[in-house]
Design a protein around this ligand. Sequence first.
Ligand code: PLP
Length: 414
Amino acid sequence: MSATTATPAKRLDVDAIRAEFPILHQQVHGKPLVYLDNAATKQKPRSVIESQSHYYERDNANIHRGVHLLSCRATDAYEAARARVRKFLNAAEDAEILFTRGTTEGINRVARSYGELLSAGDEILISHMEHHSNIVPWQMLAKRKGTVLKVAPIDDAGQLDVAAFERLLSPKTKLVSIVHQSNSLGTINPIAELIAKAHAVGAVVLVDAAQSCSHLKVDVRALDADFVVLSSHKIYGPTGVGVLYGKRALLDRMPPDEGGGDMILSVTFEKTIYNKLPHKFEAGTPNIAGVIGLGAAIDWVESKGLDAIAAHEDDVLRYGTQKLTEIPGLRIIGTAAHKASVLSFTLGDIHPHDVGTVLDMEGVAIRTGHHCTQPVMDRFGVPATARASLAVYNTRADVDALCVALHKAIEVLG
Ligand code: PLP
């Protein structure tokens, strides 16, 4: 669970927070909804939903190119969201914040663009706990450029073997791409330490902050991260939007991976001059409403405070870990000393999909499957897990409802 901070985090009024999420107040299959699929996507507070309808009702216009008032307002709102993200990540300048479709596109962009600067034999180091989106782009790059993919192992608790990670680093390592918090295990990696070790051999580091960004401060300058990727929908914002942070010195050297409108200064049939950062990497009309929604989501998260969110989630996670341990036949997958918000488990010989189906009938929404981390499933010798994952609006009562539903699953399927 998250490291304790020097000053205790403020206590959140979780009932008031729940009231801000319209979707939570419904019945499914005649039972009150208990939403525990937050690692897949989080629900949206009213302020995020309204920021987008406000944009469509008052300001909708294409950005950057218009002289009319609506276009200017849309551009201002879009660029204001970029400034919010810059502040949230503590980046040095707005130009280092690139909007993407999500974490997946961010990693693919680095693989396509930074990958162009790499040569055959250059090594890329990832870990065994990566999401498929942080594995496949590097395999594609290996095919295209002859780079070599190395994988640092994890132990039986689902923790990175840091000594093995260090042994795999060498002057041949050009890029380390590593998850901050695992989506299927909950493990939080010692990211600052890993970045320092990678920098010691001259490698640049990409941090996958898809899961961590909603409860851990990701300060790109304090961490000295070279690239950071995240998805808006995992931080209470809309789907279809994400962020790729990159240090200017790197982004300036990298070629654009997509051509089109907005990413150019001038075009003739003979030659195109690319636009300056960040536009060089934002070809075409972006998801303007989504970016504005992401800005509203960051405002919302900051109004609660990441420390307070983490403290609340840690309390529910501790309670949930204890309660699940009491269920006969239940095995928790992912027992790292430092973990957050994820309870992955198997229940005897019952297939996780069957568990998930019974839980759904009880109103409890969890995710079952490999969670886009098949190598993690292989490592633990299971085809799939059931995963309950927490957000700030979850309570101990949600865990109790999960446990009641699990007993029902044992009764029906066991
Ligand atoms: N990385 C991690 C750790 C994730 O949990 C996810 C999504 O679950 C991704 C990457 C991919 O995110 P997205 O599908 O939003 O691009």
